[in-house]
Ligand binder design. Structure first.
Ligand code: XIL
Length: 313
């Protein structure tokens, strides 16, 4: 097939990539596609670098599963995005149970982010999903204990651990203009004015067929104008099952729209699929009755969406 990362790089983008997960790596037909760096020039661990996987008990770091993904990227000659340092989900109970003083939790956050970023020297989603859709700060153990201070602590610890890692805030529903995108733009201004290192915004881009936000390109440009890079970090376009020819045709258009928006803004550096095949997509397990969100189907055959990506570049 046409190779997506090769096309992306020819057109001046840094990478076209995909998420993957450790249990999937035993599937030889799957890894044959995954390991082709001309198809995917970048990979993200879908789960194995999250807090529950890396620091299950305080101060006890386990990198075995994350290292499998990091080493795979290295072997394949692919870039690696680290995902993620601080998130309200997939936390070990010793963190989510809370009960810390503010100073203690900031120390925990700093140690966690610094240790992760120091171990895997790559681009990192330092904070993930910290705002609600209305632009207010999400209420979780981090904000309830520290206010907004965990954010600066996380970024500073990440920078101290690796001066070269690109440090991102990552979220969904910020792909188009609106109050949530504005909240991130304000955060970028605030952090930069305080000398807190933030390099990028990750737009997760978990879309629904036919329901893309308007003005994605302008929105990407608005972020770039604030002095950060933008990456599309978790792209998929789900539908209510069963997939029909009409839905697959709309999905092709939707993939093309997203790729084109990133492609047309120089500061949008790359695109990552949240896995490339419906066989391993997170969508059916999370959104009842929905699926078929990826460009490869459950049998690893290409769908119209693949053509949409090619045409978007
Ligand atoms: C998802 C994984 O794909 C699933 O395997 C896991 O069960 C739950 O998390 N936004 C994110 C990702 O930032 O970490 C999520 O990944 C999908 C939504």
């Amino acid at each position: 097939a046409t190779e997506l990362n090769a096309i992306a790089q020819q057109l001046g983008k840094l990478y076209f990539g995909t998420a993957t997960d450790n249990p999937e790596l035993t599937d030889a037909a799957y890894t044959a596609i995954l390991n082709d760096r001309n198809m995917f020039g970048q990979i993200t661990a879908a789960n194995s670098m999250k807090w529950d996987a890396t620091e299950p008990a305080r101060g006890q770091f386990t990198f075995a599963a994350g290292d499998v993904i990091a080493n795979l990227a290295k072997t394949n000659g692919q870039l690696l995005r680290g995902h993620n340092c601080v998130w309200h989900q997939q936390l070990p109970s010793w963190v989510s149970n809370g009960g810390f003083s503010k100073a203690d939790l900031l120390s925990i956050v700093g140690t966690h982010c610094g240790t992760l970023v120091g171990h895997f020297k790559v681009a990192w989603d330092v904070v993930n999903e910290i705002f609600n859709d209305d632009g207010t700060i999400r209420q979780d153990v981090f904000s309830q204990t520290t206010g907004m201070d965990f954010i600066a602590t996380a970024f500073r610890a990440a920078r101290a651990a690796d001066p070269n890692a690109k440090l991102y805030a990552n979220d969904f529903n910020i792909e188009g203009p609106g109050v949530k995108a504005t909240a991130y733009q304000n955060l970028i201004r605030t952090l930069k004015s305080q000398g807190v290192p933030i390099d990028g915004i990750g737009m997760q881009s978990h879309f629904i067929v036919g329901e893309l936000p308007a003005n994605i390109k302008q929105n990407i440009q608005d972020f770039v104008n604030l002095g950060v890079e933008v990456a599309i970090t978790e792209l998929d376009v789900r539908m209510t099952l069963p997939a029909t020819a009409a839905l697959l045709a709309q999905q092709e258009k939707d993939y093309q729209t997203v790729i084109q928006a990133c492609n047309e803004v120089p500061g949008c550096i790359g695109v990552t699929l949240w896995d490339f095949t419906d066989k391993f997509s997170w969508v059916p397990g999370t959104f009842a009755g929905q699926g078929a969100a990826c460009p490869w189907d459950e049998n690893l055959a290409l769908k119209p969406a693949f053509t949409g990506i090619v045409n978007g570049f």
